[in-house]
Design a protein around this ligand. Structure first.
Ligand SMILES: [Zn+2]
Length: 269
């Protein structure tokens, strides 16, 4: 069989997928609870996500026949992490490593069965976990307009950034501040313009090295790493410009809108 470019040859079994993410989130949530972390509003959101995950999220499998079967039981399950069987076509066809989806009366995160480094498994799952919690809580709805969509992305990228920072004991935030200072970024426009540039590659490598010494396990992970850095840089700059949390969150929202506009992914207003 021909190898498909950029895709790993060996896909993980559902129990390996579950182990990869639950152990990564276990490490993160342990640190969130025990470390004194910054006064970022998203730190509180992240703590709430730990409780949501442990109390209300369970694992399931998307079987080769297309049915979703639970791998574990639990009461008050509000959302599922669904490991895609390596024998289901979606294992190779799903565009993103992690993709939230509506499942009848429940909410699901469909997980492509491939290796992701320990730190990034936790960081990326945290982003999607925030979406699941918002879906379960009614903040995000199936055919939402632009405003709630952007609010959802602000929350998801905010908790993702805090997760990265917690995992390297505060060094991520310090590195972001240093990159802003050394490059003389004074506007979010200057950061948005980095998108797709060689300059961003250098910045990404540097920030990657702060979070984990390990290379991205796949092209998918690599892309998602860059996606966080370009958000987190702007979020930190916005924090430096505004002391008030409402202004900060509004700034993050407008930045995401600016970045997403050319991609054609924004819902109508
Ligand atoms: Zn998102």
């Amino acid at each position: 069989m021909a190898k498909s470019l950029g895709r790993p040859d060996v896909l993980l079994r559902p129990d390996e997928v579950r182990q990869q993410y639950s152990s990564a989130l276990g490490t993160l949530f342990e640190r969130v609870r025990t470390q004194a972390v910054s006064g970022d509003i998203a730190t509180e959101w992240l703590k709430a996500l730990a409780t949501f995950y442990e109390g209300h999220v369970r694992w399931a499998v998307l079987s080769p026949s297309g049915t979703v079967q639970s791998m574990e039981s639990g009461q008050q399950v509000l959302a599922w992490f669904v490991a895609i069987s390596p024998h289901h076509p979606r294992a190779r066809q799903q565009r993103q490593v992690l993709q939230t989806d509506w499942m009848n009366s429940h909410y699901g995160l469909f997980v492509r069965p491939e290796r992701v480094t320990h730190e990034w498994a936790a960081i990326l799952a945290t982003h999607e976990l925030e979406h699941l919690a918002s879906m379960a809580g009614g903040l995000e709805t199936r055919h939402q307009s632009r405003d709630p969509y952007l609010d959802g992305e602000v929350r998801a990228y905010s908790v993702e950034g805090v997760a990265a920072d917690v995992l390297c004991e505060g060094r991520y935030l310090k590195a972001l501040e240093k990159v802003i200072e050394e490059n003389g970024f004074t506007t979010t426009d200057a950061i948005a313009k980095l998108n797709g540039s060689r300059e961003l590659d250098g910045i990404t490598r540097r920030l990657d090295g702060i979070i984990t010494p390990h290379q991205a396990a796949s092209a998918g992970e690599s892309r998602l790493r860059g996606g966080l850095h370009i958000m987190a840089l702007a979020f930190v700059l916005i924090n430096q410009q505004f002391a008030d949390w409402d202004r900060r969150l509004e700034g993050r929202k407008r930045y995401i809108e600016q970045l997403y506009e050319p991609l054609g992914v924004l819902p109508p207003r």
